[in-house]
Design a binder for this molecule. Structure first.
Ligand SMILES: Nc1ncnc2c1ncn2[C@@H]1O[C@H](COP(=O)(O)OP(=O)(O)OP(=O)(O)O)[C@@H](O)[C@H]1O
Ligand SMILES: [Mg+2]
Length: 524
């Protein structure tokens, strides 16, 4: 009985305990359900994120198998998820071996030291059809696992655009580098770029334009260059240009070294900064040509005037001479008046001189067409030396000659060339008139660059550099009794041969005249 009662009591307790347990279990079940829901939801969320990142993304196992791939990856690779997940390895999608070796290395390193391998890199991806794409990859190990997430951005188009841009930039660079004009870029008054031609020109631009350093600039052009610099620095003018003379860096300031440039500046953007682009063109040759042309022009017009004068004077003058000789004959018969004879003699010599001057003037205006024949230039040289040898000996001038023996023939008029050389020798002798000792003239002939060169050097006082241009002008002379025709005539003869006549300084410090005759006369 007691047992029964106890059992009942006990049963009640057990029942209540059981109810409590059930209640507890129910709560647990709800919680589990809730957790499960939450879990499913979060997994859904991650799935969604995974699917909608917009980038091809995969989960990679330690053994390189791809365990998960998204739709973008399907699109990129050309395989379906089913064909990829658990079946393909990321290594199946690498196009070249170099990339593969490098990436395998990263794969392994990353699993030991996650930060030791680069997170981002570029490589060539290969799709199902064998098509190759440029990929920007981002790979990271999932914390606490040996798995990694990889996402792959297709940058093929961007790369191609970059390449096209690089190519066009390279083309532009090549163009600038091989340009025949000097190009330099100035930023904040400093030169930041110069092309090859600009370096070759060696224009003395100085450290900074602001320092206004005009060393090496021709003194007469300093003001021009100063204004040019100021224009660049102030950037006031959108485009400005000027020409100036300079002596290339590393060369001494002499007439021979002087060069002309024309430069033009304009504003540009260079590497994102406001800059000034300066173009420089070597004008030395064209300026020289311009000068020669002007000289020729001057000469031909002077020549025409001279011809007119000569024509007008020559006839009456020969009349005078005829009358004078008639007068002399009459006087001879009369056999008296000594003084008159003397005067007539002087008259004759004076008018004779006038006539000879006129002849030279006429020669100048119309030297006659040169008659070109194949000539060994040494022959007219020898003739000229022969003709002047007596005069030179009398004036105690030592003559040195060095004529190249194997000169080729050139097309020349030997008589005119002989005259030119005689002119030069006469000038040299006249220049050394006042000097007592060490009077020397050297005549040499040799070949250089398809030209035959003849040099007449002396040990006289030389020609001052500011007079080097003037001495070739017709009628320019420093001698009381001369006409100043010799050099202009010689110059004309040499240019008629297609050559050039120039003056420099001889090894003795005197004058050195150089005749240059081309082997093949340009027929222009
Ligand atoms: N070898 C030289 N050394 C120094 N000065 C020279 C020399 N040759 C020419 N000159 C200068 O050049 C000037 C012009 O020479 P150019 O031969 O044309 O005329 P010129 O000798 O004065 O007269 P012309 O030749 O008509 O008799 C000379 O007056 C002289 O001042
Ligand atoms: Mg002379």
């Amino acid at each position: 009985m007691e047992d029964e009662e106890k059992t009942k009591e006990q049963l009640l307790t057990e029942l209540s305990e059981l109810r409590q347990r059930i209640a507890e279990l129910e709560t647990l079940e709800v919680k589990r359900k809730q957790a499960e829901d939450a879990m499913r939801q979060s997994e859904n969320e991650y799935r969604t994120i995974f699917e909608t990142t917009g980038t091809a993304t995969i989960i990679i196992e330690e053994d390189t198998t791809i365990s998960l791939a998204n739709m973008e990856f399907e699109r990129l690779s050309g395989y379906s998820k089913e064909e990829v997940e658990g079946k393909k390895r990321w290594t199946d999608f690498v196009a070249n071996k170099d990339d593969l070796d490098r990436m395998k290395d990263y794969h392994n390193t990353r699993r030991i030291y996650p930060d030791a391998a680069p997170r981002n890199y570029e490589y060539k991806f290969m799709d199902r059809a064998g098509g190759v794409r440029d990929i920007f990859a981002t790979i990271a190990v999932i914390p606490g696992t040996k798995r990694s997430v990889g996402s792959f951005l297709d940058i093929t188009e961007r790369k191609q655009a970059e390449e096209v841009l690089m190519e066009s930039e390279q083309r532009f660079r090549d163009l600038v580098e091989s340009s025949l004009t000097g190009i330099c870029i100035i930023q904040d008054s400093r030169i930041v770029y110069q092309n090859k031609k600009q370096l070759k020109l060696r224009v003395p631009l100085g450290e900074s334009l602001k320092l206004m350093d005009f060393r090496g600039i021709h003194p007469d052009d300093v003001e021009k260059v100063k204004q040019f610099y100021q224009g660049i620095i102030s950037r006031e003018v959108r485009s400005l240009g000027t020409d100036f003379r300079f002596y290339p860096e590393g060369k001494i300031d002499t007439e021979e070294n002087m060069k002309w440039v024309y430069c033009q500046a304009s504003l540009i953007k260079y590497q994102g900064k406001d800059s000034v682009l300066v173009n420089m063109m070597d004008m030395t040759k064209s300026k020289e040509l311009e000068r020669l042309l002007m000289m020729q022009e001057k000469m031909s017009s002077l020549g025409r005037v001279a011809a007119g004068i000569a024509h007008e004077i020559r006839n009456p003058l020969s009349g005078i001479n005829i009358y004078l000789s008639t007068l002399q004959k009459i006087y001879d018969r009369a056999d008296s008046l000594d003084k008159v004879k003397g005067i007539i003699g002087q008259l004759q010599s004076a008018s004779g001189k006038i006539e000879s001057v006129i002849r030279r003037v006429m020669d100048f205006s119309k030297p006659g067409e040169p008659k070109f024949v194949p000539t060994n230039i040494n022959q007219p040289i020898e003739e000229a030396l022969q003709l002047s040898s007596v005069t030179l000996r009398k004036s105690k001038i030592k003559l040195e000659k060095e004529l190249s023996e194997d000169l080729p023939l050139c097309n020349a008029d030997p008589h005119l060339i002989e005259e030119v050389i005689l002119n030069l020798i006469t000038n040299a002798a006249e220049a050394m008139k006042g000097i007592e000792v060490d009077k020397k003239i050297e005549v040499t002939s040799f070949m250089r660059n398809k030209h035959i060169l003849v040099k007449v050097s002396d040990s006289g006082p030389g020609v001052r550099s500011d007079l080097k241009g003037k001495i070739f002008d017709p009628f320019y002379t420093t001698k009381a009794a001369n006409t100043g025709i010799g050099l202009s005539l010689s110059h004309r003869v040499v240019t008629d041969h297609g050559g050039a006549l120039s003056v420099g300084t001889s090894k003795w410090g005197g004058a050195e005249f150089i005749i240059e005759i081309p082997l093949e006369k340009e027929t222009a």
